[in-house]
Design a binder for this molecule. Structure first.
Ligand code: ZN
Length: 193
């Protein structure tokens, strides 16, 4: 039985090699696409100081938020201005989240992964906060937003060489909130392959 298989492989060797090359090119392009989809605006955003820092070894979860404002009405720059406002509720050194995803699927990195930013009570030291721009108690996240969120979770896991559990803000003990809203189906973003 083995010999005919070996013969087949030998006979069609160039096709196996061509298939392998196509697969490698596909995987490299996919990786590049995910890397280039992230717009690093950490230093462009208004800020007043720096958060306490951690080693990436300490990161143990991803937490999803919504902005609770109508989708696209405000920008990530507005969120940053509100969060650093000395008279505001948060009075933070920088924006609260690590990433922001716009309704059109654009992904912004807004804090370093090492920053212990203030997005979730009881989970700031170990969490990565991702906000979806919109109010998902009343609206639906767009297909582009959901797709970008999945790609971003895969990117973070890949970068940290971990498989981080994904939570909604409301699932973390001590947080009395509807965030990220009933229309974000959290299971869709868990156990991604
Ligand atoms: Zn939240």
């Amino acid at each position: 039985m083995i010999i005919p298989v070996v013969d087949t492989v030998k006979k069609h060797k160039k096709w196996f090699v061509a298939g392998a090359i196509v697969l490698v090119i596909f995987l490299v392009l996919r990786k590049l696409k995910i890397m280039t989809m992230i717009n690093d605006i950490i230093e462009k955003l208004p800020h007043r100081g720096e958060y306490q820092q951690r080693s990436t070894d300490k990161i143990d979860r991803i937490i999803i938020h919504h902005s609770a404002s109508p989708a696209g009405k405000f920008t990530v720059y507005d969120f940053a201005r509100w969060h650093i406002d000395p008279k505001g509720r948060l009075n933070a050194p920088r924006i609260a989240y690590h990433f922001c995803i716009d309704p059109d699927g654009t992904v912004y990195q807004t804090n370093k992964l090492t920053s212990m930013s203030w997005h979730t009570i009881n989970a700031n030291a170990t969490g990565i906060g991702i906000v979806l721009n919109g109010n998902f108690e009343t609206e639906q996240p767009s297909d582009a937003q959901r797709k970008s969120l999945k790609n971003l979770i895969k990117y973070i896991n890949d970068k940290l060489n971990k498989k981080l559990p994904v939570y909604g803000h409301k699932e973390i003990i001590g947080n009395s909130t509807a965030c990220p809203g009933r229309n974000v189906k959290l299971d869709e973003f868990r156990n991604l392959s």
